[in-house]
Design a binder for this molecule. Sequence first.
Ligand SMILES: Cc1cc2nc3c(=O)[nH]c(=O)nc-3n(C[C@H](O)[C@H](O)[C@H](O)COP(=O)(O)OP(=O)(O)OC[C@H]3O[C@@H](n4cnc5c(N)ncnc54)[C@H](O)[C@@H]3O)c2cc1C
Ligand code: FES
Length: 269
Amino acid sequence: MVHQVHLMKVLAPDVARAAKPGQFVIIRIDEQSERIPLTIADYNVEEGSVTIIFQEMGKTTKQLATLKAGKELQDFVGPLGTPSDIEKLGTIVLVGGGVGVAPIYPQAKAYKAAGNKVIAIIGARSENLLILEDEMRAISDELIVCTDDGTKGHHGFVTEMLQKLLERGEHVNRVVAIGPAIMMRAVASVTKPFNVQTIVSLNPIMIDGTGMCGGCRVSVGGITKFACVDGPEFDAHKVDFNLLMNRLAVYRNEESISLKKHECTCRGD
Ligand SMILES: Cc1cc2nc3c(=O)[nH]c(=O)nc-3n(C[C@H](O)[C@H](O)[C@H](O)COP(=O)(O)OP(=O)(O)OC[C@H]3O[C@@H](n4cnc5c(N)ncnc54)[C@H](O)[C@@H]3O)c2cc1C
Ligand code: FES
């Protein structure tokens, strides 16, 4: 796949059989690894496989990227989370930013299969970070591509194209946005004045993924929710994005130390 974004097919027949769009897995590479959540980007019941797409961010995702085909993961727990509420509504706009295009893909397929008109707006910082463009084109009635640096499609953010789409009078029944918290917050601001129902998939830090530890707590409509069991999808117009972004940054020092240690071990320092 593109630079620093990797696609991995994992043989996990039980997870593949039970998986639904919107759900995720929690993986552990080996006994020493931390647990990290990754969205189920695709699944194939006949093959018994589950596809994950991940971006190298820190220690664990960089270590995961070094695994060769045939290796085993210590844990691959799932499917977790509440599945997306897929129904026939009319026109659905799916907005994916960066690696957020991966979880948008199974939803686009499911919304299309349910009889909806599917408009997809996908974006990345640059063309070399844009994922699943052909796959999204194949299942969308309309696909709009954006890059922050203008190397492909619209030069600018996905939110600018969403604004234009709503302004052109397209009757939109639901917007689903998945990507960095800052992008999802911007999508919520664009759709609010148009009164369009907007769903976002939140990405707080998760530990157990079963509602026990409280690590993934978010505030939605002033009520505390656990994204791993109550979500990860919520009404975008009710989410406290500032709290989410603050909590995502809490362990930045530790994450940076952990990555440095990992890089030293890899170099043999
Ligand atoms: C429900 C859900 C689904 C996700 N799906 C995907 C996906 O499909 N593809 C993808 O590339 N990423 C996905 N993420 C984000 C992914 O889990 C983080 O990028 C990963 O945990 C980073 O770990 P790291 O050790 O490589 O980086 P670190 O350096 O440890 O962290 C980098 C950043 O990743 C986030 N992060 C770190 N640890 C966790 C954790 N345990 N849980 C959640 N976020 C964390 C924090 O924002 C942190 O600042 C998802 C997150 C959630 C909550
Ligand atoms: S990850 Fe522990 S409660 Fe959600």
